[in-house]
Design a protein around this ligand. Structure first.
Ligand code: ADP
Ligand code: MG
Ligand code: MG
Length: 933
């Protein structure tokens, strides 16, 4: 048989004017079908929205003169219209498709449905952005009991013709007619029949089946269709075509596609295009085949052509894994002409799109045809390396390189990883236990501890520990610190465990709901397996997977280069690329990037990762240290101001030492310290034994102690006696904290000669008067310390804007504030009236139903919370032009929210230490988007 004529270089080199053949050109916008091929090409790569990525790029390849089988694309608009009216084609589409099809027939000299030499087509899905494998495609359409004989005669290859026919019945049966395994049965009935046939004739692979075997199989497949649908397999090619087009449109709403859209925030309203493409045949024999290739390695980014090839096969075989494909280099020997063409084309395509491309191709009797190209999906490692390499190769500018890398992808470069071979072995031997939320990236393996105390004990005995909890609370902090990983049964991405884990750089899988944890019995059960304290467990914070047993990990080489004691002398390509990219980012960004840290070592880590100060130091985290908690409890339980003053006097030197460590690590950078924020009962024990222990330690009566603890109980602590309300009730707490801070600052100044830049922040302010009182205390204490020590340096006193009332009255509050820092965690809670700790129960449903576009605790809600931020910025600047503005909520590490902060013109963003590089890149991207050029 003759191959479909590829678009010759000559005809495609001069792109033809976009006009529909055989009819008057329609008004722009109403055109529904776009053709491409040797007779002219109507679309191009710029038309992804209308033609889908696949259709637009097929047209573009055609314009580039590449060998692409001709075809036409029905626009995404049609699919939306089709789905909107419940599955009817818009009037006039019929004629447009008929015209396009006859153009295709003319180009190839074949007719659709011709019993002697039939034109066959594929009907392919294709959204605006690629959604690999999520929607459906049908190949070899146009075959029936008559045309298959024509195809067999014309090609002189009966086996090929029936192989194509059995593939067509199978795909059409599955995609269009819905012939699938019964519910709960994964097995596809066609696969089962194919396997049975192979067994019956002793064939190892499908290629071992003869023409007669395949002919029989077609009969069996048609029988399956009859049994499942009660109807004969449709024989009319036109009916087949419309059936397939409708099915591809409908596949926009299949479960996989819907889930993928949610994960990737792709709007339902985009729809899918349908490309109808003349078939080329990779299943004509050993000199034919099909493959997938990348212009560079998609997992390492190495500049080396990479791919797989399957001889005597059609496209879907590579993905489905029916046979093991060969490395692409094989073609160099077996198909030298196609290999040469492929090399030329892959270079040309990468140059044309100026990015790594993912290619699909088919070789028909030695001749190469291109079937798809798109920007290739890649790991974070590859994304960074490719972007930087393309700049070195002078294909793109540094600014473009910055916009090419998803900031979140950097996280992969910083985390330890599981040894790939061991991970695979764990999977194969059934050690996978369950899956939770991938809350803190990286890989951790260690022995199980069910309590923080046990975690600390094991850690000091030199063991690697994974802390397993139903959920974590602030009291667990020491245990979390001691653990390499944290696994919880309850809680979401912004739960305490997740938040703290990210801040500490711990691997974390949260909300693994299938875990049944019995802390008392020191056991947990999941999926029929029981694990005890001390057993090995491995958690993957990138995927959320949990495995029984040990899987060894490797540290990230990028992190080694930043923090390691002995960074390797020579940088590997990925390490070099990381440093280069972040260097460019720092040049482009306008906002400063600070970190949320409350210990010297965290601050040091953050600086190594590029932080330029602390945006939030939570003093209460310091309170949980070894000796401190008892003094804190004594202070809380004090009966009168004298007792409280005595307890605070014990606390003062301890806090001063903590502050000094931070100021030292942050030399020359601003440090924002927040005064005590959480409700006091969070610091007190609640278990009877612990209460008894505390009573003895403090030498107080147990009954009075428990009465006191009971009196501090609040029914809604989040909205209770916390934040500046504590400082108003107990001014000596604010005063002592301020004194510890300024004494530490003076000590550091005196010993290092460098003045720290303290910024004292009062939390949970809702009225100007609250701030006026608290700021007054702080300033008085600062002046007292300066006077005592005979030195002084500048400092700021400001507030966290985290209540709607504060945002609304920011102009008044700014009278007393040198700066505002947006506490968007609490501001989101109070704006929505949603408690973050309880949100996990319904937010997933809200996202599924598109009530919320995303979790507002992860991505700042611009429309609501954002509006309060705008009001507060405007009010603050009106009263105090140039007031310093920053953000310290979790959103400060979220690229989308960072983009919003740039548009608000904030001075800085602040995030957990390990997100600093992500924030640096995101801030650079935000600046570039705001001021391109
Ligand atoms: P997906 O988007 O899932 O990759 P495609 O529409 O690209 O689906 O098609 C699935 C497979 O069929 C791919 O390997 C593709 O190359 C192959 N294919 C699609 N159309 C044709 C055609 N006209 N001739 C030969 N192979 C085709
Ligand atoms: Mg494809
Ligand atoms: Mg708060």
């Amino acid at each position: 048989m003759s191959a479909p004529t590829p678009s010759s270089k000559k005809s495609a080199a001069k792109p033809s004017a976009p006009k529909a053949r055989g009819q008057l050109p329609k008004a722009a916008g109403s055109k529904r079908v776009y053709c491409y091929g040797p007779a002219g090409t109507e679309g191009d790569a710029g038309m992804q929205d209308l033609l889908g990525g696949k259709g637009a790029n097929l047209a573009e390849m055609c314009r580039l003169g590449l060998p692409v089988p001709p075809g036409f694309t029905i626009t995404t608009d049609v699919s939306i219209e089709f789905l909107r009216v419940g599955g009817a084609f818009p009037a006039g589409l019929n004629e447009e498709v008929a015209t396009a099809l006859s153009g295709l027939e003319k180009a190839l000299g074949k007719r659709f449905g011709d019993p002697h030499d039939p034109l066959l087509v594929s009907v392919r899905s294709g959204a605006r952005v690629s959604m690999p494998g999520m929607m459906d495609t049908v190949l070899n359409l146009g075959l029936n009991d008559t045309t298959v004989e024509g195809l067999a005669r014309k090609s002189g290859n009966r086996r090929f013709a029936f192989d194509a026919y059995r593939r067509f019945v199978q795909m059409y049966g599955d995609v269009v007619l819905g012939v699938r395994g019964a519910d709960g049965e994964d097995e596809c009935p066609f696969h089962a029949a194919l396997d049975a046939k192979k067994r019956a004739v002793g064939a190892r692979a499908d290629t071992d089946l003869s023409a007669a075997d395949l002919e029989e199989l077609v009969g069996v497949f048609k029988g399956l269709v009859r049994a499942h649908t009660g109807r004969e397999f449709p024989q009319d090619p036109t009916e087949q075509l419309w059936g397939a087009i409708a099915a591809v449109f409908r596949s926009w709403n299949n479960d996989r596609a819907v889930a993928y859209r949610q994960m990737n925030r792709i709007p339902t309203s985009w729809g899918t295009a349908v490309s109808v493409v003349a078939m080329v045949y990779g299943n004509l024999g050993e000199d034919s085949g099909t493959g997938v290739a990348f212009t560079r390695n998609p997992s390492t980014g190495e500049k080396r052509f990479y791919g797989e090839y399957l001889p005597n096969a059609q496209g879907e075989d590579v993905v489905a894994g029916v046979r093991t494909p060969l490395p692409i280099e094989h073609l160099e020997e077996t198909q030298p002409r196609a290999w040469r063409d492929l090399q030329r084309i892959q270079k040309l395509l990468e140059r044309h799109w100026r990015d790594m491309q993912d290619l699909e191709f088919t070789i028909q009797e030695g001749q190469l045809f291109m079937l798809q190209c798109r920007a290739g999906k890649r790991t974070g490692f590859a994304a960074v390396r490719i972007a930087v390499d393309l700049v070195k190769e002078r294909r793109i500018s540094p600014k473009e390189a910055l916009l090419r890398v998803d900031p979140e992808a950097l996280e992969q470069l910083l985390r330890p990883v599981f040894d790939p071979a061991q991970l695979e072995a764990a999977r194969r031997s059934g050690r996978r236990l369950t899956r939770g939320l991938n809350a803190g990236p990286g890989a951790a393996t260690g022995r199980i501890a069910f309590t923080p105390t046990e975690a600390v004990r094991r850690k000091s005995a030199g063991e690697a520990v994974v802390l397993v909890r139903i959920e974590t609370s602030p009291e667990d902090i020491k245990g979390m610190q001691a653990a390499v990983g944290i696994l919880t049964a309850r809680g979401g991405m912004t739960s305490h465990a997740a938040l703290v884990a990210r801040q500490m750089g711990r691997v974390c899988v949260a909300g693994a709901g299938q875990l049944e944890i019995d802390t008392a019995a020191k056991r947990m059960t999941v999926g029929g397996q029981t694990l005890a304290e001390g057993d090995w467990i491995s958690i993957d914070g990138n995927s959320g997977e949990v495995y029984a047993g040990q899987i060894s990990t490797r540290p990230s080489e990028v992190l080694e280069s930043l923090l390691g004691d002995h960074p390797p002398a020579e940088r590997t390509p990925i390490v070099a690329a990381y440093h280069q990219l972040l260097g460019w980012a720092d040049r482009e960004r306008r906002m400063d990037v600070r970190t949320n840290a409350d210990q010297g070592d965290q601050a040091a880590t953050a600086i190594a990762l590029g932080a330029e100060g602390i945006g939030l130091c939570r003093t209460e985290h310091m309170f949980f240290g070894e000796r401190k908690i008892d003094a804190v409890r004594e202070m809380i339980l004090a009966e009168d101001p004298e007792q409280r003053a005595a307890a605070l006097a014990k606390l003062l030197p301890l806090q001063r030492a903590d502050f000094a460590a931070i100021f030292k690590a942050m030399a020359g950078f601003p440090v924002t310290v927040r005064s005590l924020d959480p409700p006091l009962h969070e610091f007190l024990p609640h278990e009877p034994e612990q209460m008894a222990e505390l009573a003895i330690n403090l030498g107080v009566d147990l009954e009075r102690l428990s009465a006191k603890i009971h009196s501090l109980y609040e029914s809604n602590p989040m909205l209770g006696h916390r934040g500046c309300r504590l400082g108003i009730s107990y001014p000596e707490i604010t005063r002592t904290q301020a004194r510890a801070l300024f004494e530490a600052a003076v000590d550091v100044f005196v010993s290092t000669g460098r003045a720290p830049l303290p910024e004292v922040m009062i939390p949970l302010v809702s009225t100007a008067r609250e701030l006026e009182l608290q700021a007054g205390l702080v300033r008085a204490e600062a002046e007292a310390v300066f006077a005592e020590r005979g030195v002084r340096f500048p400092y700021l006193v400001g507030t966290m804007i985290e209540l709607p009332r504060a945002a609304l009255t920011a102009d008044l509050i700014a009278e007393h504030a040198d700066f505002f820092s947006f506490g968007t965690n609490d501001l989101t809670q109070t704006t929505f009236g949603i408690s973050r700790d309880d949100a996990g129960k319904f937010i997933p449903l809200y996202i599924e139903q598109e009530i919320f576009p995303a979790d507002p605790f992860a991505n700042l809600d611009e429309a609501g919370v954002g509006k309060l931020l705008e009001i507060a910025c405007e009010g603050g600047r009106r009263t105090r032009p140039g007031i310093k503005l920053g953000i310290c909520g979790e959103h400060g590490g979220d690229p989308r929210s960072i983009d919003f902060c740039e548009r608000l013109d904030l001075d800085y963003i602040s995030c957990s230490p390990y997100r600093v590089p992500i924030a640096r890149l995101a801030a650079a991207q935000a600046a570039l988007r705001r001021n391109p050029g």
